[in-house]
Design a protein around this ligand. Structure first.
Ligand SMILES: [Zn+2]
Length: 279
């Protein structure tokens, strides 16, 4: 099963013949993202057109890393090396066999250095039909701009990994709850920027506190929506407002993977929250 809706959407793009030839996935869980992309390859390649097949030869081989159409490249030591990219080029020289396309994965794409990056660039600049590249990173800022600019960028966050990465102490949770209660007791204020300054700027001071606070907020909202509960906010937010709020925070967490200016992100949050009243 493909977990990410954005990757699911690529199936449609593929069927409409509108798929790019190289993507950059910015994600908080590279392994989960790669798994989803393998599911994507199965979905478009299964000769039985079955979802979650795994029974036919093709799907079985994809699952077991056994098909020459798929090459995965990992950093060899500290970097991805030029030789690895040359080998990839070489192996994908002819027409694909078994599948309609050849696919390559560049895991931890920020580990391309000047030399391997240059070779990669040439590969990207002469796109061949039937070759599709998936670059994966959790560090978009660390990537070479020349490579980035040639890729279609898709941000994919996995809820479960967000939650698992969140190791908060009881006192932090207590603190965050208190801050949110006060925040919503005063919401909507004339000026949400002021509300941010009053309640959030004290605890959200850097990228790490930004992430843990908003991931906590996000999981709290998700629980509330699931249980259809208003208990926490003590306000009559409609379900569509809660959903909208959850999307706001999701997008905010996405932006924070490539924007480290916390003040700017908090302003973005305030502006998005203003729209809540218009629902
Ligand atoms: Zn199959």
């Amino acid at each position: 099963m493909i977990r990410s809706a954005k990757i699911e959407n690529l199936v449609l793009k593929y069927r409409e013949n509108k798929l790019s030839h190289a993507f950059l996935f910015v994600t908080n869980d590279i392994a989960a993202c790669e798994q989803d992309l393998l599911e994507f390859i199965k979905r478009i390649s299964c000769p039985k057109y079955e979802e979650n097949c795994d029974k036919c030869n093709i799907c079985y081989q994809i699952s077991h890393d056994d098909l020459p159409n798929i090459i995965k490249i990992n950093p060899d030591g500290q970097y991805i090396k030029k030789g690895q990219i040359l080998e990839l080029k070489d192996r994908f020289k002819g027409k694909p066999i078994f599948l309609e396309n050849n696919f390559y994965f560049i895991e931890n794409a920020e580990k391309l250095n000047a030399s391997s990056g240059n070779t990669m660039l040439k590969f990207l600049e002469e796109p061949e039909d039937n070759i599709i590249g998936f670059f994966l990173t959790n560090n978009k800022e660390g990537m070479l701009d020349t490579i980035k600019s040639r890729l279609q960028i898709i941000t994919v966050l996995y809820d479960e990994s967000l939650k698992n990465n969140l190791a908060l102490s009881d006192s932090e949770i207590e603190n965050y709850r208190k801050v949110l209660l006060n925040y919503f007791a005063d919401f909507p204020n004339e000026d949400l920027l002021v509300l941010n300054k009053t309640y959030l700027s004290g605890i959200v001071t850097d990228r790490s506190s930004f992430n843990s606070f908003f991931i906590y907020f996000y999981s709290l909202l998700r629980e509330h929506i699931k249980r259809n509960s208003k208990e926490f906010m003590k306000r009559n937010f409609s379900i569509s407002q809660l959903n909208k709020m959850r999307n706001i925070i999701y997008e905010l967490l996405e932006s924070s993977t490539f924007n480290v200016n916390i003040e700017l992100l908090l302003d973005q949050f305030a502006m998005a929250m203003e729209d809540l009243n218009e629902i």
